[in-house]
Design a protein around this ligand. Structure first.
Ligand SMILES: [Zn+2]
Length: 299
């Protein structure tokens, strides 16, 4: 039966551990009915519930915005997503044929920030370990606070509240910050707080905070930091400290995510697979979540 076994990372300690999840191994079978099997052999059970998944029965949520001429890029990006038609229609050979070429900055739309984005010598897009990009999701909802303050940043108090309810955030988890901003996509002005072309000095949107990001990457050794706004640093940021903290720790960012409102706070698995651009500082991302039927209901 296709399933993900319970995720059992090493938890219960604030000691910095090696990035690799040595306790976790992945086995893939060729059998159609089996698909992927995630098995763990860690001695400690995770506090975060992450039940087995029958892949065929799991709900699949697409966390990706489609790429088109409305796709939001950073205000200073020299261009947006461009799709050029190369062929479309019946050929002389009597068959239909369609093909396009595309061109886009790496950092726009639903995309990955590779560690090299803000860390000299950091891993590039093609070097980020897949283990960090396929992992249980931890969803932290700050949408009410962000609705009251568009410059809201995830606080240590938010993390303490979350961990009090669900237990320690497991090592290797993909943290998804739900701000509610996904609903504003693709309205540039409402999403970024300002839509002046070429000017990134008047942006307003919520994100991670410095202390909370440091805690997540250093104390909790999370695999990646994702969210439903344009940046893992909040809109007014000038020093991009969260990017620097995450990049220095080898933790990629997953930005401009869609449909985070459809995920439970725990129990889902995320597959965040970017375009494999050699030496890329990031790139377009197709990210999905699998939610087992047993996952706790949405709050
Ligand atoms: Zn980026």
């Amino acid at each position: 039966m296709a399933r993900f076994d319970e995720f059992k990372p090493e938890t219960g300690s604030d000691i910095v551990r090696p990035r690799e999840l040595d306790a976790t191994r992945v086995a893939a079978t060729a059998a159609l009915a089996v698909g992927l099997l995630f098995a763990t052999s860690s001695v400690r059970a995770a506090s975060v519930k992450s039940s087995s998944i029958d892949i065929r029965a799991a709900k699949i949520v697409d966390l990706t915005h489609a790429f088109d001429d409305k796709t939001i890029y950073w205000p200073t990006a020299p261009s947006n997503f461009e799709l050029k038609k190369l062929a479309y229609g019946q050929t002389e050979g009597g068959y239909f044929y369609a093909a396009n070429s595309f061109c886009a900055p790496e950092h726009g739309g639903t995309h990955l920030d590779a560690p090299i984005h803000f860390a000299d010598g950091g891993k590039a897009a093609d070097q980020v370990p897949l283990r960090q990009l396929i992992a249980p999701a931890v969803v932290i909802d700050v949408s009410a606070k962000a609705a009251a303050d568009p410059d809201y940043r995830l606080s240590m108090e938010d993390l303490r509240t979350w961990e009090k309810k669900h237990g320690p955030i497991p090592s290797g988890a993909i943290v998804l910050l739900r701000t509610g901003w996904g609903k504003r996509w693709p309205d540039r002005k409402r999403y970024l707080g300002d839509d002046t072309p070429g000017d990134a000095s008047k942006l307003h949107f919520p994100s991670y905070g410095k202390e909370s990001a440091e805690y997540l990457v250093r104390q909790r050794q999370v695999g990646a930091l994702g969210l439903d706004t344009a940046s893992i640093d909040y809109g007014p940021s000038k020093d991009f400290v969260v990017h620097r903290v995450a990049s220095a720790a080898g933790v990629p960012g997953l930005e401009n995510l869609a449909n985070l409102d459809q995920l439970p706070e725990t129990g889902a698995w995320v597959f965040a697979l970017p375009m494999k651009i050699a030496r890329g500082s990031g790139g377009p991302l197709r990210i999905i979540a699998l939610i087992p039927a047993s996952a706790e209901p949405q709050h």
